[in-house]
Write a protein that binds this ligand. Sequence first.
Ligand code: V47
Length: 386
Amino acid sequence: MLDREHYKRLGMEEIFHKVEDNTRLEMEDGLRLYQCPDVVAVGALADRVRRRLHGNAAYYVLNQHINYSNICVHGCRFCAFHRKAGEQGAFELSLEEVLHKLNERPERSLREVHIVGGCHPALPLGYFEDMIRRVKASRPEVQVKAFTAVEIAHFAQLEGTSTRSVLARLHKAGVDMLPGGGAEIFSPRIRNLLCPEKLDGEKWLKINGEAHELGMKTNATMLYGHLETEGERLEHLLALRQLQDRTGGFTCFIPLPFQPSNTQLATTLPASTQLRKIQPTTGVEDLKTIAVSRLMLDNFPHIKAYWVMLTLKLAQVALHFGADDLDGTIVEEKIGHMAGAESEQALTREELERIIREGGFNPVERDCLFNAASPGESLPATGTEN
Ligand code: V47
């Protein structure tokens, strides 16, 4: 039971009542939550909402990330993954290499493959349609979550066609849903400092809305802990909530704490910002952001604690601060690790289930679209691989 008197002492009685009555929170409420010195009190409100939606369940998926290339026409200052063509460390997988990665360990059970890359200057849309068809033919049981709104906009530009037509073609080829990357932070002020060449927030939202209209689900992310203010984080959340009110097509929200290592942003701050050196986020800030996200995004079914960026230990704790999903087995992660993420590269099903159980929750295996694998239907564990 939450103690109303405690929230009253914190000056948060009104928010307490709104959460109890399931009333929508507004910008000022979000700012108060961020400013509240008692992170446990904020977390308890988010936990209330999380349990209302998901009870004691915590979700995970048997998945694999595949990055087809890190060659990118953009040079986002927060990104340690991208390279220019020909630069040291640049890579580009052939379709055979993508399929090889997918089938490296055929004994490993897999439900979801997450495929993204940089905005490659030359690979045409046909290459990606072919990739997805061949992935589906090679592992028909696997759902494909692929290509962020940033890649969709880039493919459309190269192909000289609309983003809607790119989405329709990729959907037809077998893309089941879009991952939430590339949203960063919608604030034009910050986007101009972080990634001025990339599509703006409005375009990111528009493409996600188009995907929803075509019947595709998508996820959404927020990159935080760099130059943005708490108000700008909240504006980002409110823009997502507004689109979700219209389309209902978002499945999951994933707050991504900025990993500074090897990024331009950490080494060369834009002169105009005259800011402090950027430090990694702290645990309390991460937990608060998870909790505020759960509370503000009242129309998002799921909040993900992405263990790659948060560390596994903090992601486990985040399940008590509003998160209900831990993502999955991953197999190989590059974007966070090239920027200094200190988490593991991969997890097994047993490790995920142990973390969830010892966190006090019931592990529920899910598919890409968050349909729970019903008891007895969960994919067979083979050896100790999953
Ligand atoms: O788009 C890039 C971000 C995203 C850094 O949809 C960084 O289920 C932190 O979107 N520090 C890729 N973040 C990851 C992503 C994702 C991950 C897991 C699940 C899903 C999903 C989506 O990572 C990028 C960018 O926004 N990113 N560099 C960095 N240095």
